[in-house]
Design a protein around this ligand. Structure first.
Ligand code: TYM
Length: 340
């Protein structure tokens, strides 16, 4: 077996299935921005092919794809330093995914908790794509020989499956070709919770708009949502331990910490003993200060969709330059003749 050294390369993606939330920002985009620089090559993708595993209105999908790209750009993803593109423009993703469909085992897919949650009692009626989705995600990462995958907590199992697919491929074909990527799940906000129920994840698709902060919300909305966020009657404790059985309170402290680049301990240090009447307005002010410039920039970018399309096309070309040799080599390893 030949040993291949893999250059550190970050890969991550977001589905354009609706608008971006504070969870996407703190759990993913903000951390992607921080990983840009000399230590890694960074590849960031709007994963539109993942979005259509559940029905998407075509016009809304196209709009959401541009809006997610705008959100990344407005947050500080640099389209020159990072490779920023949408998945559908690089067909190699689906080509490698097919090969991985043939590597991954049905038993592995059956263990995916996100599929079980999403399919629920309706498992017979959901799309085959929703079931196969984690193999496409493995393809997204491994097509670039991605080594580091910054994601929120909810994607951990999918990155672990990616490692299993890479390992099985290498083993079955007797090669050391694909790296086993590391999920990077760090910082205080890897699982931002619903503002109305601290035991549920904040998501794009929750039923009430009051349970999430959208990256397009204006200052008034952000302030109102934090003011109305569910809490308990107790003031903030002296130590983080005191938040153990207080999920809503813990969530707001974590959000504060992530937005202000502090640890939750430091936030508690500053606000120990404070009531919600003091903490919530401070949190709302902080969130507005951080998010309002981003939503303003998103709106500006969305006024010029042709410019976003140009950036995505350019990113897709650069993505393809990395992906094509890896796909060709994979075909070679598998014994798929490509003679043109
Ligand atoms: P998606 O689109 O659901 O979410 C995008 C990213 O945002 C994170 N995230 C959160 N983090 C903290 N708290 C929350 N409430 C929260 N909600 C979402 C997610 O963990 C994720 O990092 N399958 C992926 C997209 C994907 C991908 C990939 C990711 C496709 N291919 C390859 C990494 C590498 C997804 O549906 O993410």
């Amino acid at each position: 077996m030949t040993q291949v050294a893999h250059t550190p390369r970050v890969f991550s993606g977001i589905k354009p299935s609706g608008g971006l939330t504070l969870g996407n920002y703190l759990g993913a985009i903000k951390r992607w921005v921080d990983m840009q620089g000399p230590d890694f090559e960074t590849v960031y993708c709007v994963v539109d092919l993942h979005a259509i595993t559940v029905w998407q209105d075509p016009a809304e999908l196209a709009n959401a794809t541009r809006e997610v790209a705008a959100g990344m750009l407005a947050s500080g993803i640099d389209p020159k330093g990072s490779v920023l593109f949408n998945q559908a423009q690089v067909p190699a993703h689906t080509q490698l995914a097919w090969i991985f469909n043939c590597v991954a085992r049905v038993g592995w897919m059956n263990r995916m908790t996100q599929f079980k949650d999403k399919a629920g009692k309706n498992a017979e009626k959901v799309s085959l794509g929703l079931y196969a989705y984690p193999a496409l995600m493995a393809s997204d990462i491994l097509l670039y020989h991605g080594t580091h995958v910054p994601v929120g907590e909810d994607q951990k199992q999918h990155v672990e499956l990616t490692r299993d697919i890479a390992t099985k491929f290498n083993h079955d074909y007797g090669v050391d070709f694909f790296p086993t990527p590391e999920p990077i799940i760090d910082g205080p906000a890897t699982r931002v919770m619903n503002l109305r129920d601290g035991t549920k994840k904040m998501s794009k698709s929750g039923e009430s708009d009051m349970e999430r902060i959208n990256m397009t919300d204006d200052a008034d909305k952000i302030a109102k949502k934090f003011k109305k966020a569910r809490t308990d009657p107790e003031p903030l404790p002296e130590t983080l331990d005191g938040l153990k059985d207080r999920p809503e309170a813990r969530n707001l402290v974590d959000i504060f910490a992530a937005l202000s680049d502090q640890t939750p301990e430091a936030v508690i240090g500053e606000y120990a003993g404070a009531g919600w009447g003091k903490f919530k307005p401070a949190l709302a002010d902080l969130a507005v200060a951080k998010l309002a410039p981003i939503s303003a920039e998103m709106a500006r970018l969305m006024n010029d969709p042709a410019e976003i399309d140009r950036l995505l096309a350019n990113g897709a070309e650069r993505a393809e330059e990395i992906a094509q040799p890896i796909l060709r080599k994979t075909y070679d390893i598998v014994g798929l003749v490509s003679s043109r």
